[in-house]
Design a protein around this ligand. Structure first.
Ligand SMILES: C[S@@+](CC[C@H](N)C(=O)[O-])C[C@H]1O[C@@H](n2cnc3c(N)ncnc32)[C@H](O)[C@@H]1O
Length: 256
């Protein structure tokens, strides 16, 4: 009964104890995060990331911050593009995810290493107006205050610089939405069981059940664009990918 109540509490994006829960989830799944990501996205994740950098344009020599960098996939793509004169910093809350990122980096030939740092997206250590580009993939669902996270991205960007954020969402089309719901609520938790073994994290849900719950009440498309506009991004917009299962949000901090 106690477990049922706790699971009920988790049927939404925000709940008490979320920060600790999220950190423990990613600590638990760090080892197999990349493998599961590839399987769950049916290999589409790389295409979403390529699209993000297409939107960024030429970033040679740029200073980039990848927020909620996890195992570093987006940060590594940025590092390849900024070259030796650029700089990429990857920030994440969970040490286990950063350990995997560091381990992967040993096997890569990058123009320059990514500087991975443990930190909170809601209170970053950087000065105002530091970066030429801020990227973030699938982190916003995991934070306790979405507006604050986007405000922070805005703060650390230089005037005239871009933010590019990828996030999951529920598709708009009712038929696609139903298929997506079945996939998220039945298929993914079942696939995830192979890795998370159904083990409840912090006495709450298993890691791959969180993927589904985190979308409940999570803002997407125009609602998310409003959050970016409120932060100050004047031209905030989104691009839907994979029939609306993923959105790429883009915005520019106005030049002063
Ligand atoms: C779904 S993973 C995405 C990782 C990576 N961006 C990717 O594209 O695969 C979400 C990441 O956000 C991190 N995260 C959650 N809350 C955070 C916060 N407040 N500050 C920084 N990172 C956070 C988690 O530790 C996790 O590594």
């Amino acid at each position: 009964m106690a477990d049922e109540v706790k699971n009920e509490e988790l049927k939404g994006n925000q709940f008490e104890g979320k920060e600790d829960y999220v950190k423990d989830v990613f600590e638990e799944i760090a080892e197999y995060y990349d493998k599961m990501n590839g399987i769950m996205s049916i290999g589409m994740v790389n295409g979403w990331h390529k699209f993000m950098f297409k939107k960024a344009g030429d970033i040679t020599g740029a200073k980039v911050c990848d927020v909620g960098t996890g195992t570093g996939e987006i940060a590594f793509m940025a590092a390849e593009r900024v070259g030796v004169d650029g700089e990429v910093i990857g920030v994440d809350l969970t040490p286990g995810m950063l350990r995997i990122a560091e381990k992967k980096m040993e096997t890569l030939t990058l123009p320059k290493k990514v500087d991975f740092r443990q930190g909170d997206a809601l209170d970053m250590e950087f000065e105002d107006n530091t970066f030429d580009l801020v990227t973030s993939g699938y982190m916003l669902r995991n934070v306790t205050n979405i507006q604050k996270a986007v405000d922070e991205m805005y703060r650390v960007l230089k005037p005239g610089a871009m933010v590019i954020v990828a996030e999951l969402s529920k598709p708009k089309n009712p038929i696609v939405r139903l298929g997506h719901k079945i996939y998220l609520s039945l298929v993914i938790p079942r696939m995830g069981r192979r890795y998370d073994k159904g083990k409840k994290i912090d006495g709450k849900q298993a890691a791959y059940d969180w993927l589904t719950s985190s979308l409940e009440g999570f803002p997407c498309r125009d609602e998310m664009v409003s959050i970016f506009k409120k932060a100050g991004f004047s031209d905030a917009r989104f691009y839907s990918k994979s029939m609306g299962a993923v959105n790429i949000y883009v915005g520019t901090k106005p030049s002063q």
